[in-house]
Design a protein around this ligand. Structure first.
Ligand code: BG6
Ligand code: MG
Length: 211
């Protein structure tokens, strides 16, 4: 398969924000008296902030109004944004940057397809603002992964047919979204051991063997 574009998920693929999501949700869980662990945090990969809150609330005994949920989601984001200030260019692994540079130099288009509404801030922190040909994120969509909307948007922004795009993902929700968008998917992280993908990346630079 000849791919004209690669669409990268952000959290868990280009950078490791999971620990900050975990710390922020842990604080909200503590406030609500809910138990929270890495396993629950893993289920939040790829899905929106509000859907993540709903996952957290599965262990909550009471009932929250829509406004209260909105407040908790906003509070989680304030905590998360503070933690994101710790991220810098040093957190972009050299192998990741070298691979991105090589893909770009080969003429293949690159995009971000992320559910996160903090995508642009994270890209700035990583020194990647303006690097990608297109960025589709949580601010561009009405339905988050596993819905294909964010990947379809990214392909549209790039002007490339979905079938000519390769998605790089670390989450089941993202893999499902890529398939629903009619795109091939390269799985990395835990996803590579747990799901059926078109390609498997042991290392990020393995992408160069696929393209
Ligand atoms: C995804 C993460 O990239 O973004 C999810 O994998 C997260 O865990 C989602 O819930 C939304 O993030 P944000 O930054 O908009 O709260
Ligand atoms: Mg991810």
């Amino acid at each position: 398969m000849v791919y004209e574009a690669v669409i990268f998920d952000l959290d868990g693929v280009l950078c490791h924000t999971d620990k900050y999501h975990y710390m922020a949700w842990k604080e909200i869980a503590g406030e609500l008296g809910i138990s929270f662990d890495r396993k629950i945090n893993d289920r939040m990969r790829g899905v929106s902030r509000m859907e993540s809150l709903e996952i957290l609330l599965e262990n909550f005994k009471g009932n929250l109004s829509w406004q209260q949920k909105e407040c908790y989601a906003q509070k989680k984001n304030r905590i998360y944004r503070c933690l994101l200030k710790n991220i810098s260019e040093k957190d972009l692994e050299p192998e990741v940057k070298q691979t991105l540079d090589a893909i770009k130099a080969s003429g293949i288009k690159t995009a971000i397809g992320s559910s996160s509404r903090n995508t642009k801030f994270i890209l700035e922190q990583l020194g990647l603002s303006g690097f990608f040909d297109a960025v589709a994120d949580g601010t561009d969509i009405t339905r988050s992964k596993p819905d294909p909307e964010v990947f379809i948007k990214a392909a549209e922004f790039l002007g490339v047919e979905p079938k000519s795009c390769l998605v790089v993902e670390d989450a089941v929700a993202g893999l499902t979204a890529a398939a629903a968008a009619g795109m091939d998917c390269a799985a990395m992280g835990n996803l590579k051991d747990s799901a059926k993908a078109d390609h498997y990346l042991d290392r990020f630079s393995d992408l160069l063997h696929i393209l």
